[in-house]
Design a protein around this ligand. Structure first.
Ligand SMILES: C[S@@+](CC[C@H](N)C(=O)[O-])C[C@H]1O[C@@H](n2cnc3c(N)ncnc32)[C@H](O)[C@@H]1O
Length: 238
């Protein structure tokens, strides 16, 4: 019931917004991937919302154009399928712990493979690139974050790239909106619960320090102009 109400409110809000501003997939590059998600239901609209709010294009531009790329916590597989369509020479592996989302992710593209399981348990082959798009703050502890970052370092080939999208604590109002989304909206929509207080954000500086300690070269930037969320991207190299 509460899930249906939340979906209805979000649907009305975004239908109006997209009516005024146009849908994000009207940008040609994204149209191909969104055509895979045409269900007519909430998941179709959610795809457009994700392409609108998350810095997918900025991230895609950082991903190696060939080789093995793993997306940990791939959700509905939007980034996996986008990258697979962009470059057939990439071999994409999506890892996801939520079975319903994994089902939505599987679109049958030849250069994609999906694995069910927790990112700290699944064995991935030596990779040219690893993505963690809004995964880390949804893990169960700060220790688990460190464990997954360290095992990803081991899994990358020399020179391989780790690309992380996380949540910055500035600007404060955007941070507040993002926090509300993670604590209330995400649990209702995807986790069959009303809220989840256990969200493990770190500041941009804290992520940089941790990643450098693990051995990565790191550059980072906030990427939220014109959007309500306080996204940051961390581009790391082994
Ligand atoms: C905010 S969503 C982001 C999904 C996707 N990366 C995107 O950009 O739309 C975080 C995802 O991480 C998944 N997740 C959380 N803990 C995980 C774990 N230990 N291993 C694998 N996936 C996990 C959740 O089920 C959820 O789909």
């Amino acid at each position: 019931m509460i899930k249906n109400v939340t979906e209805t409110v979000i649907t009305i809000f975004f239908k109006v917004l997209f009516l005024i501003h146009g849908r994000p997939e009207e940008n040609g590059k994204l149209a191909k991937v969104t055509s895979l998600y045409k269900s007519g239901g909430f998941s179709e609209l959610f795809t457009s919302i994700r392409l609108w709010d998350a810095p997918y294009e900025e991230i895609a531009a950082l991903v190696p154009s060939k080789g093995v790329i793993a997306d940990l916590g791939c959700g509905d597989g939007l980034m996996v399928n986008l990258l697979a369509l962009e470059e057939p020479t990439r071999q994409l592996i999506g890892v996801e712990i939520n079975k319903d989302r994994l089902k939505l992710a599987k679109k049958g593209l030849a250069n994609t493979k999906f694995i069910y399981g927790s990112a700290d348990r699944v064995k991935i082959p030596k990779a040219d690139g690893i993505l963690m798009i809004h995964l880390l703050h949804h893990l169960t502890s700060r220790d688990q974050q460190i464990e997954i970052l360290k095992s990803s370092y081991q899994a990358l080939k020399p020179g391989g790239k780790l690309i992380i999208a996380e949540i910055g604590k500035k600007p404060f109002l955007k941070y507040l909106f993002t926090w509300f989304t993670d604590v209330v909206i995400v649990p209702i929509l995807f986790e069959k619960r009303l809220y989840n207080k256990e969200i493990f954000y770190r500041t941009q500086q804290e992520w940089q320090t941790l990643l450098k300690k693990i051995g990565f070269k790191v550059s980072s930037k906030p990427v939220s102009p014109g959007k309500p969320f306080s996204h940051i991207i961390l581009a790391c190299q082994k």
